[in-house]
Write a protein of this length. Sequence first.
Length: 60
Amino acid sequence: MMSGLSLSHRPTFRKNYLHPSLELGFLEMKYPESPQHPRQRYRLTAEGRRMKALLGEQSS
């Protein structure tokens, strides 16, 4: 995700992008019970997919 946004500073990415997206319900953790899991991944929720589609329509 960081490379897609052209970001390289991990703490800034987590504070400004990842945590707000999780709090707003746009992303969910693959292993929510273990945030430090070595194979932790994130995926779009239904709300995140809806927002992505909405934003995609606006950029056209």
